[in-house]
Design a protein around this ligand. Structure first.
Ligand code: UD1
Ligand code: CA
Length: 477
């Protein structure tokens, strides 16, 4: 149910100069999602009637991300007048003229705000009949942040930006989080009065509450005790600090839900990863995107899985995998590279120094050693010999290799695609399979071996090999 009384404005027009990046700040990622996506998700928990996102810097890139994440959001362009106050002004103008509820303002660069705190802001605002409600937090290091100025009785006086603050005001540790709720009528009344008469020459939204106070609006501040919830991302150091903190919280959530994570400091888990109880995640592991780990699986150490599914009880050891599906009880690695479209059946094996791509390897089938299996289909309970290559590419097009069930192929084979090896067939060591192998056949392609007696002593005299050969001959006599 949408709440007709709430509109959310997300500020995302700023340049993000301090990131020193070709990528707009709000598109930098945290736990697998762009900053702006974190904010849009949290906003959606309010089920607001309207969401307006203000864009300007790299507007097309930011707008594309917004439309993908929140198709119903209004994308509003900020003009050349700079500042958070102007951003709110253009957003409020884009709302329906008859909207008369609360405008919740979120910053696109404050990604860790949680649903509970946002709801607390709205409840305090609506419950108090406020003109404006702020979120503040006691910041361990408030450098760069706006400070909440209070009078001797502790009542809110206003916000002063770091760059405009007196030395005395700089000692204030209660910082403005950049998250607000406003009564839209009060807001509409004061926005045209914001000026750019400050150190940065910008219209500050932080000047609005004092003006609303002058009109008789009630001003309230909701103070959060956890400063991480309102941490703004302005540079890459803050980005990695926030990433580490969010990761620690994600890891803790999985641990509480019954997942063993041996070393949270070296384990990185994206927000949308799912892990069932009694799975184990070993050090040096990154679980990325929509990766899903089933119960009892052991993943790691030193493993990166992107958008990959791991079945119950599987082991995945020192593996790099993207868009792969690993069956229940299967074993992968150590040192395997699973590229998109790899589907390993239950109880299957992809072993050491094996690369796979677009390959379906059936239940109980094994590719244990030193192989490349691409554009291939292997049936059930087959064994692919060590050092086997599917030659899938003829220089122009890719072709498929099909291997049936209960097949045994020898070591050091090349399957020159398109080719098919039937059920129950065998191939000899060193076979280059260029023709289909019928079910139950043995395929061998070889040149007969020829031994030339005494060749080494004759052609490589004086070498250690020749000496060894001479000794061996002596012993034979
Ligand atoms: C802002 C607050 C500061 C607060 C801090 C919390 C103001 C004037 N200051 O400072 O009190 O402590 O957030 O993180 O509001 N933006 C626009 N259009 C603009 C400028 C900015 O949409 O013209 C957007 C940015 O993209 C960003 C957000 O507004 O998402 C905040 O802007 P930023 O420049 O980072 O403000 P701060 O200096 O961090
Ligand atoms: Ca900021």
């Amino acid at each position: 149910m949408t709440d007709q009384r709430i509109a959310v404005v997300v500020l995302a027009a700023g340049q993000g100069t301090r990131m020193k990046s070709a990528t707009p700040k709000v598109l930098h990622r945290l736990a697998g999602l762009p900053l702006i996506a974190h904010v849009l998700r949290t906003a959606s928990s309010l089920e607001p009637a309207h969401v307006a996102v203000v864009v300007r810097h790299e507007r097309d890139r930011v707008a594309a991300e917004v439309v993908e994440r929140a198709p119903d959001a209004l994308v509003v362009d900020q003009d050349e007048v700079p500042g958070t106050g102007r951003a709110v002004e253009v957003a409020v103008r884009a709302l329906p003229a008859d909207f008369d509820g609360a405008v919740v303002v979120l910053s696109g660069d404050v990604p860790l705000l949680d649903v509970v705190s946002l709801r607390a802001l709205v409840d305090a605002h609506v419950g108090g009949g406020n003109g404006a409600t702020f979120v503040s937090a006691i910041a361990p290091d408030p450098t760069g942040l706006g400070r909440i100025v209070r009078d001797e009785a502790g009542a809110f006086v206003g916000v002063v930006e770091h760059k405009d603050a007196t030395p005395e005001q700089l000692t204030i540790t209660e910082a403005n989080a950049g998250i607000y709720a406003f009564d839209v009528t009060h807001l509409r009344a004061v926005l045209p009065s914001l000026t750019t008469a400050n150190a940065q020459g910008e219209k500050y939204i932080t000047d609005a509450p004092a003006l609303i106070g002058e009109r008789g609006g009630r001003i309230d501040v909701v103070t959060l005790t956890d400063p991480w919830l309102v941490a703004g991302i302005n540079d890459r150091a803050q980005l990695s600090d926030a990433a580490r903190e969010l990761n620690a919280r994600i890891v803790r959530r999985h641990q509480v839900a019954g997942v063993t994570v041996q070393d949270p400091a070296t384990t990185w888990i994206d927000l949308d990863v799912t892990i069932e109880p009694d799975a184990e995640v070993l050090p040096g592991t990154q679980l990325v995107g929509a990766t899903a780990i089933a119960a009892g699986a052991v993943v790691g150490p030193d493993t990166t899985l992107r958008d990959t599914e791991v079945g119950a009880g599987a082991t995945v050891n020192r593996v790099d995998a993207t868009l792969a599906v690993i069956g229940a009880g299967a074993s992968v690695g150590p040192f395997a590279y699973l590229r998109p479209g790899t589907i390993l059946g239950d109880q299957g094996k992809i072993g050491t120094f094996v690369e796979t791509k677009n390959a379906r390897i059936g239940r109980g089938s094994k590719v244990p050693h030193l192989s490349y299996i691409g554009d291939a289909e292997v049936g059930e309970d087959s064994n692919i010999g060590a050092n086997t290559i599917t030659a899938n590419y003829d220089g122009v097009a890719k072709h498929r290799t099909e291997v049936g069930s209960n097949v045994r192929t020898g070591s050091h084979n090349v399957f020159v695609a398109p080719v098919r090896i039937g059920d129950g067939a065998y191939t000899g060591a060193g076979t280059t399979v260029r023709k289909d192998v019928p079910a139950g056949s043995l395929a061998i392609s070889y040149a007969p071996q020829r031994n030339t007696d005494g060749w080494v002593e004759e052609h490589r005299p004086g070498t250690p090999a020749a000496e060894a050969a001479r000794r061996a001959r002596g012993e034979q006599i």
